[in-house]
Write a protein that binds this ligand. Structure first.
Ligand code: SF4
Length: 416
C-alpha cells in the first residue's frame, strides 16, 4: 500500500518540473539535470513526462500533444536512479475516450502502465476519472502515486475531497488557489486528515478562468493540430496571444507598470494570469506550509540551441534607462530563500540561460541590482498581499489596473 510522506521542508523536494517533451534532442534535458547543482537536485520532487497509450481501438495520451521519446525516457530512468529524483508518467489528455472503460481496453492500459511500473516508475497522472472509478489501476499497481490533472480544475475543498475519493493520492489543485490562500488552508486541513498530498501549479501565465481553456486542451492533443506539426498558438493566432507572455519575451507596453517609483519595464500585470505572487519568506511560508508540492509547467519548452546546459533560477530586469537586460542567476531556490532575494516569485520566470549572455551571480551584486525591482516598491508589496486572496475578481477590484496604469478594463479579452 502506498505510504504518503508529507513534506514539511520549505524548499527541499518541493518542486515538480516538466520534462521538455517537445525537444527532439535526446540528451539535452539529461545534461541540464546532470550539470545542475546538488542543492537544485535536492529541491526537485519529481519530473513529469508525457506518453500516449494506443491499441487497435483507441488512443489516449497527454494534453500537450508531445511525448518523451524512448531515448529520453531511458535518460529519465537514469535520472531517477542516479540522482534520486522520481519520474512521473503523464496521461492527462482532456479528450477521454469512453471506450477506455471497456474490460478489454482496461486490460490493455494496465499492460501499458505495467511496463513503466516494472521499470520502477511509481507516479502517474490519469485524467480519465471513470477509469480511476473502476479501481483497476489502483489494484494492479498498489505502490503507484496517482495524480489527477491540474486541468480537472479542482477549485474548492469539496472538489479536493471528491478527487481523493476517486483514488487520487496526490491532488493537483487548480491555479485559482494561487489567489485563494484562505481556501488553500481549508484544503490543507482535509489533506492532512486524509493523508493525501497537494500540488499547486504556481506558474503558467494563463488567463484566470480562461474561456478558451477547454478548447485549447482538447485541440492541443487532437489529431488536426498534430498533423500541422505546430503548437496551438502558432495556429490560433487570435487566442490569448494578445496579452500572454511566455519564456523570455517581454510583455506588451500596456502591461508595464506606470508607477514612478521604478524605471523598470516588462513586468507582467498579475491580472493577466494566475501566477503565484510571493514577495519574501513570510509569503513563501504562507503557501509552502500548506502545500506539499509546487508545480511548474513547461513540457513545450524549446530552448535555443546555444543553451547553457544547466538548470538555474534567473531573474531578469529591463530598465527604461538601460539598453540591455540585467540577468541575475543563482544555482538553487535555497540561495533565494536564505539570502532574502526578494521578490521571490520573479525567480520562477527563468530556469535556464543561453551561453555567453552576461549574467550577475555575486550575491551582493544581485541584492544591489534587485533592490529597486518593481515588486519591491511599497505599492507593489501592498498589491502582493491583496493578490493572495483576491480570487481574480478584477471587474470589481481593478487594483492591478491602478498600479500598472492600465485603464479599468473588466476583462483582459478587451486587450488587442
Ligand atoms: S485586479 Fe484585483 S482581483 Fe484582479 S488580479 Fe488584481 S488584485 Fe486580483
Amino acid at each position: 500500500m502506498l505510504k504518503i510522506l508529507k513534506n514539511k521542508d520549505p524548499y527541499n523536494k518541493k518542486f515538480s518540473i516538466s520534462h521538455w517533451d517537445r525537444i527532439k534532442d535526446e540528451n539535452t534535458f539529461y545534461e541540464c539535470i546532470k550539470n545542475s547543482s546538488q542543492q537544485w537536485k535536492n529541491e526537485i520532487y519529481d519530473i513529469y513526462f508525457g506518453v500516449t497509450f494506443k491499441n487497435d481501438e483507441l488512443t489516449y495520451g497527454n494534453t500537450m500533444g508531445v511525448n518523451a521519446t524512448e531515448a529520453q525516457y531511458k535518460n529519465l530512468l537514469k535520472i531517477q536512479e542516479k540522482y534520486d529524483i522520481p519520474i512521473s508518467l503523464t496521461l492527462n489528455e482532456m479528450n477521454r475516450p469512453i471506450e477506455l472503460i471497456k474490460e478489454k481496453n482496461i486490460k490493455d492500459i494496465v499492460a501499458f502502465i505495467k511496463k513503466y511500473y516494472d521499470d520502477g516508475v511509481r507516479s502517474c497522472t490519469i485524467s480519465h476519472t471513470h477509469l480511476m472509478r473502476t479501481g483497476a489501476l489502483q489494484s494492479a499497481f498498489p505502490d503507484m502515486d496517482w495524480k489527477n490533472t491540474v486541468n480537472h480544475r479542482v477549485t474548492s475543498t469539496q472538489s479536493f475531497i471528491d478527487y481523493t475519493a476517486l483514488g487520487y493520492t496526490t491532488v493537483q489543485l487548480d491555479r485559482d488557489f494561487n489567489r485563494n490562500l484562505a481556501e488553500l488552508k481549508r484544503v490543507k486541513i482535509e489533506a492532512d486528515r486524509l493523508n493525501v498530498r497537494t500540488c499547486l501549479l504556481m506558474r503558467e501565465t494563463c488567463m484566470p478562468e480562461c474561456p478558451f481553456k477547454t478548447e485549447h486542451d482538447c485541440w492541443q492533443s487532437g489529431k488536426e493540430l498534430k498533423e500541422t506539426g505546430k503548437v496551438y498558438w502558432d495556429v490560433v493566432n487570435f487566442t490569448c496571444n494578445r496579452w500572454r507572455v511566455s519564456g523570455r519575451d517581454f510583455p506588451q507596453g500596456h502591461l508595464s507598470p506606470e508607477t514612478k517609483e521604478t524605471d523598470e519595464i516588462g513586468v507582467m500585470n498579475p491580472r493577466t494570469g494566475t501566477d503565484i505572487i510571493v514577495h519574501g519568506k513570510e509569503d513563501w511560508h504562507a503557501f509552502a506550509d500548506v502545500v506539499d508540492i509546487f508545480k511548474f509547467s513547461g513540457r513545450l519548452t524549446y530552448p535555443r540551441s546555444n543553451l547553457n546546459k544547466k538548470f538555474i533560477y534567473a531573474l531578469e530586469m529591463k530598465k527604461k534607462s538601460k539598453p540591455f537586460t540585467d540577468l541575475f542567476v543563482v544555482d538553487d531556490f535555497k540561495t533565494v530563500y536564505e539570502n532574502n532575494l526578494m521578490p521571490f516569485h520573479s525567480w520562477f520566470s527563468g530556469d535556464h540561460v543561453v551561453k555567453d549572455y552576461p549574467i550577475t551571480t555575486n550575491i551582493n551584486d544581485i541584492k544591489n541590482g534587485i533592490k529597486n525591482h518593481f515588486w519591491n516598491t511599497p505599492k507593489a508589496i501592498s498589491l502582493s498581499n491583496v493578490l493572495k486572496n483576491c480570487k481574480n475578481q478584477c471587474y470589481k477590484c481593478h487594483k492591478c489596473d491602478d498600479l500598472f496604469g492600465t485603464k479599468k478594463i473588466d476583462s483582459i479579452l478587451e486587450f488587442n
